[in-house]
Design a protein around this ligand. Sequence first.
Ligand code: ADP
Ligand code: MG
Length: 301
Amino acid sequence: MTLQGNDTPLLGHESSAPQAGRLRCVDVRKEFVTGDGRLLALDGISLDVAPGEFVALVGPSGCGKSTLLRMIDGLSSSSGGTIEVGGKRVTRPGPDRAFIFQGDALFPWRTVEANVRIGLELRRVKKREADRVVTQFLEMVGLLDFRKRYPHELSGGMRQRVNLVRALVVDPQVLLMDEPFSALDAQTRELMQSEVTRLWAATKKTVLFVTHSIEEAVFLADRVLVMSSRPGRISCEFRVDLPRPRDAGIQRTPEFIEISRAIWESLRGDVLRSFALETNNEALLAEIDSEEREERLASKQ
Ligand code: ADP
Ligand code: MG
């Protein structure tokens, strides 16, 4: 079952404003004050995600991806610049945004359906309407028969599906996802990637998806933003024009391989540098530096 073509809308929400679903960051920076002084984690971050667009964000560990998502969600304040969702400036968390991270964050004492229902209860949606929406979403992800189960009775993939629909039932404009599948095994992860694209196509949400897997980014996204570190900046972006719907087989096409390679090329130096710094590997640092010098010289010739 899909939600497209379904007569009954899932919650008819305030999504009619022309800006609805648009996510904009302009010149955002973030500075942390730590025991060792100030740390400029992010600087000059500008991005514009169109309503209904799926954008993936990749970058070396520690470059500030989670920090950026937390600021967009309003969990953490920025040190400069502006963040807008649906044309409104973000100052705190709100129902227009949903955050999904690696852990599933389900309440262990609530059943599947009671977990999914939480956001609707908070919004005081009438019980009958809440029942209808919860049923529709659980059916969509194949979990209707598990509605009375508790989280510990489910597999990791099932829990993450409950987590996803729990975020979606309240009809946010923007979904912020921070490496949501990195704790899953490879097969479950592949299933979840298909599940996410299906849910995204059906609900037309704007998505900003952080991942450290280039293949996952290319498989899912319309556009991949690459971040560099110290301080974190968006160094380049790649448009992914692969046809949709995409299935796992697309990963073997020359187009997929080429774009993944190009993204890796743009990330490689920074990932190696982060790794070398974290592990105090001076030999590797020297090697990266000399490689980069040679590349610069070659590009001048
Ligand atoms: P990523 O998600 O890309 O791996 P993070 O956003 O978690 O990176 O972190 C970016 C940088 O900011 C890192 O150097 C991290 O140590 C630092 N950082 C993150 N949160 C805090 C904090 N609350 N206080 C101080 N430094 C932080
Ligand atoms: Mg992170």
